[in-house]
Design a protein around this ligand. Structure first.
Ligand code: OGA
Ligand code: MN
Length: 231
């Protein structure tokens, strides 16, 4: 029996569609060290996450800091966004964690990355908020391996600012310096994945409320009584 297109509903969270997306992301990472995939996060998941982030009470969001554990400080010159860590307490949080687990399993199978754990937070940039050029991990620290960012903003226009700029150091010696910058519009459903130690990046000032999730896959670096990541 042949199926007409109208009878077939192919949804973005269909296992085959997900696997095709994960393969594209793997391929990008091998080729370039980063992957930018517009409209790639399943739409129902993106909608659920947007609902969750806009419903979360303002007091759940805390000023984001820089540095980990005892080195954690708030710095108005580096970043001004607010964050709320994601746990499995909401259906949106659960669905997100499930999706990231599938991605983790795929990348481990395909690229032998040895990703062990995942942590992520919602982020809210109000008008004027930014995050200056930084790296998510430093060589030798061996913790954050792969950064994942997804955007939850409907109808983001060029005039709304808030772009993610990724600096590709392998292109830094090219004749036209500007070419080492990759600029990403934070549009609904766009997924960005990159090697945490390799790519400095920044968030340009947003001109309206900007909602995203930033997350990191980590290696298992717990030794003896030192449980890592610290909570
Ligand atoms: C971060 C980050 C990028 C973005 O939270 O570390 O770089 O586009 N976020 O929100
Ligand atoms: Mn970052």
């Amino acid at each position: 029996m042949s199926l007409s297109l109208a009878q077939t509903t192919i949804s973005a969270d269909d296992p085959l569609v997900l696997e095709a997306l994960f393969e594209l992301i793997s391929h990008d990472i091998v080729e370039k060290g980063y992957s930018i995939r517009p409209q790639a996060l399943p739409e129902n998941l993106t909608t659920l996450l947007l609902q969750r982030i806009t419903e979360l009470p303002e007091e759940n969001f805390k000023r984001a800091g820089i540095g980990r554990a005892k080195d954690h400080t708030i710095n108005d010159f580096i970043r001004t966004d607010e964050i709320c860590w994601i746990n499995g307490n909401s259906s949106a949080g659960c669905a997100w964690i499930k999706w990231t687990r599938l991605l983790q399993e795929y990348l481990n199978k395909r690229l032998f990355l040895g990703l062990f754990s995942f942590e992520s937070h919602f982020s809210h940039y109000a008008k004027g908020d930014f995050y200056k050029k930084h790296k998510d991990a430093f060589k030798g620290e061996g913790n954050r391996v792969l950064s994942v960012v997804v955007y939850l903003n409907q109808n983001w226009s060029r005039d709304d600012g808030g772009e993610l700029v990724i600096y590709d150091q392998s292109l830094a010696n090219s004749a036209i310096i500007e070419h080492n910058k990759i600029t990403v519009t934070p549009s609904f459903g766009t997924i960005v994945v990159f090697l945490s130690e390799e790519f400095p990046h920044e968030v340009l000032p947003a001109l309206r409320d900007r909602y995203a999730i930033a997350g990191w896959f980590r290696l298992n670096t717990s030794i003896a009584n030192n449980i890592d990541p610290p909570r």
